[in-house]
Design a protein around this ligand. Sequence first.
Ligand code: SAH
Length: 277
Amino acid sequence: MTPQSEGQLRGIGMTSARTRARLIVKLKEMGICHPQVLDLIEHMPRHLFVDEAFASRAYENAALPIGFGQTISQPYTVARMTELAIVRGSPSNVLEIGTGCGYQTALLSQVAGKVASIECVEPLYKKTTERIKNMGFKNVTLKLGDGYEGWPSKAPFDVILAAAAPEEVPQALLDQLAEGGRLIMPVGRGGEQVLRVIDRTARGFVTEDIESVTFVPLVKAVQDAAEAAGEEIMTLTTRTETTLTNATRTSAARAETSGAKSGSTNSRTTSKYRASR
Ligand code: SAH
């Protein structure tokens, strides 16, 4: 993949500004109200995260195939989870489980100090690493690995956000949550999943179930994912990590993180896609 041109980022026809604006109207109707989230979704070129055959549908509120048996979540769900992640201000350190095509990763990179994201399907991991690099998101680190384990060397996290559902919240993820931190993840089997938020307070964990959702399962072993993707299991036995230049956080940015209120956080214009507005 070559670095995207301004024209590609801006889009034409069904990927144009007008089409994106229609999606924002729809999201507002569905109850998304955080101005920063709406702004980010309006300007994030979702058509560059899906296969070209689906680019014309990228601004529908629909989940779409991203190859390897996986899907990009529908914009409403991504918006809802992002709202839940930043409702108390911008998090410094975020862990995402299930990178997929990197769309949610890219949004998180604009509201967080740094984002670590884990994907278990190797070809998807490789494709997304390339995409994230080409689009210029510099505060993102991707890893090929098992989301059940989290990423202990990068913990504690202010936000842990998952795009695939386990039957129970993995203890390892709770252990890696900072005090004052928040875990946002779908939990449950097939048709009975719920979007769960768990806040870690000084006195323990506080759980709230937000709404019914439908996500792909958080696969138990990396092996299952390889089978789903039709890949050789052997290719997934090596854990690989790619660091895309960690963001340098200034003291000003840290102050912003601690002082920011809902709706008033500033997005970090770390990617050139913002220039195409
Ligand atoms: N937010 C992503 C959603 C991708 S779907 C996007 O916008 O594209 C969920 C992803 O979780 C899939 O890519 C799947 O391969 C991944 N996944 C499932 N189980 C996993 C596990 N145990 N560890 C890491 N990733 C996992």
